[in-house]
Design a protein around this ligand. Structure first.
Ligand code: PDD
Length: 285
């Protein structure tokens, strides 16, 4: 059965959901996006994603195309119409369609707003969470404003392919000797009970899952250090893991062919995953 997709005010069967070839998202990657997970038919951390969307848009001199409540309504209607139990809602806002020009189009040009769902039955019970994933490092060659969630995802996509070519699951990106983040997740290590993850700044995306996981960790009296760490430090850590809206907390068991700790998911990552899933399900809307 075809999905229902939202395009600029209309709910359409996916085969009829179309945007202009002149859309600046298509021509210039001039757009931003959000991915909100769905567990048990509920949206996880919708508020956090909406706040980050507003910020991404503002950083690019774009406004919100509609109120937060209107966005929530669209998310909910798509989840219901597409009968999403577990999965995600993808949202993209671009500067709209205009004659190709490096200058932004005139004020008043309508933004493009697209939302669609992906069903992922058993999302919270993925094999990767049980076995852990293996990562390979690649240089971080992205632009300097990674805190804006733009749709320029070619380099992360290339990084993931480079990692897969080495038999790994994902890549961790490295700049000036330190890990920035994964291709589509934030990166962490655990050493002597201390959770270490890079501090916020323009070098990384300010993960919504990251914020929640660090809050839960602190509430559970775990020690957290927000600072940069090197590949060598990560390889010598007791544990490593990643967080994102679609993978929650997923253990990393190998970095560039070197086993992390015992080479199996560690207790801190497993505990944080449990807490995150439990609390997020409770708070889902
Ligand atoms: N990616 N870092 C990067 C580069 C990301 O693309 C993402 C999310 C994250 C984690 O952010 P959050 O916890 O808010 O999902 C960190 C999404 C899931 C994606 O592109 O599909």
């Amino acid at each position: 059965m075809s999905r229902t997709v939202y395009v600029n005010g209309d709910y359409l069967p996916e085969e009829d959901a179309k945007i202009s070839v002149f859309d600046r998202g298509f021509l210039f990657a001039d757009g931003v996006y959000e991915v909100t997970s769905v567990l048990g038919g509920k949206l996880i951390d919708f508020e956090g994603h909406a706040v980050r969307l507003e910020r991404s848009l503002a950083e690019l001199d774009m406004g919100m195309p509609m109120t937060r409540d209107a966005l929530l309504e669209i998310h909910r209607r798509l989840v219901a119409e597409n009968r999403i139990e577990d999965g995600m809602v993808y949202l993209q806002v671009t500067r709209g369609a205009a004659d190709r020009d490096f200058a932004y189009p005139p004020e008043g040009t309508a933004q493009t707003v697209v939302l669609f769902t992906q069903s992922k039955p058993g999302l919270a019970d993925s094999p990767a969470a049980r076995t852990g994933i293996r990562v390979a490092t690649v240089p971080d060659l992205r632009w300097d404003r990674r805190d804006i969630k733009t749709v320029q995802l070619l380099y992360p996509s290339m990084g993931k392919m480079a990692a897969k070519a080495k038999g790994c699951d994902d890549a961790w990106m490295v700049e000036d000797g330190a890990i920035t983040e994964g291709t589509s997740n934030n990166a962490y290590i655990v050493k002597d009970g201390v959770i270490v993850t890079r501090q916020l700044g323009p070098e990384i995306l300010h993960g919504i899952t990251r914020a929640a996981v660090l809050r839960f960790a602190r509430e559970a009296q775990m020690k957290v250090e927000e600072r940069a760490f090197t590949i060598e430090e990560a390889q010598a850590a007791d544990e490593a893991f990643v967080t994102s809206a679609t993978t929650f907390v997923t253990p990393v068991v190998e970095i560039d062919g070197v086993a992390v700790g015992k080479g199996a998911p560690g207790p801190v990552a497993q505990r944080l995953r449990e807490i995150y899933l439990e609390e997020s399900r409770k708070a889902g809307i």
